[in-house]
Design a protein around this ligand. Structure first.
Ligand code: MG
Length: 123
């Protein structure tokens, strides 16, 4: 499967890529974007992306606006979206779930926590 990683930190994108690959998911290609606007562009260029993992705080278009825009086009079933959140970000997590996120991954994460969150979607 193709997974889109959206995060404004290149280091974070590298870490997420590595942990996703270690998580024993069925990954064919990882595509990266630096903010929500770029994420929407990548989704348009690659309509076969199966799943999205996105940061929340990003310039240009943040993860919440990205998710809101995305959900006007694709349902939770059509394109699962997981938010990356920080410890204590409960309000943000609730907002993301209400907007149609399929789940969230809390930093710091391990291959095991990634597997637990995404396994059912990326078997
Ligand atoms: Mg960020």
């Amino acid at each position: 499967m193709k997974i889109l990683i959206v995060d404004d930190s290149a280091t974070m994108r590298k870490i997420i890529s590595r942990v996703l690959r270690q998580a024993a998911l069925n990954i064919e290609t990882l595509i990266e974007a630096a903010n929500g606007r770029e994420g929407l562009e990548k989704l348009q260029a690659h309509p076969d992306i199966h799943l999205v993992v996105t940061d929340i705080n990003m310039p240009e278009m943040n993860g919440v606006d990205f998710l809101r825009t995305l959900r006007l086009q694709k349902s939770k079933e059509q394109l699962p979206v997981f938010m990356i959140t920080t410890e204590g970000g409960d309000a943000m997590r609730l907002a993301a779930m209400a907007l149609g996120a399929n789940g969230y991954i809390t930093k710091p994460f391990t291959p095991e926590t990634i597997q637990a969150a995404l396994g059912r979607y990326a078997a």
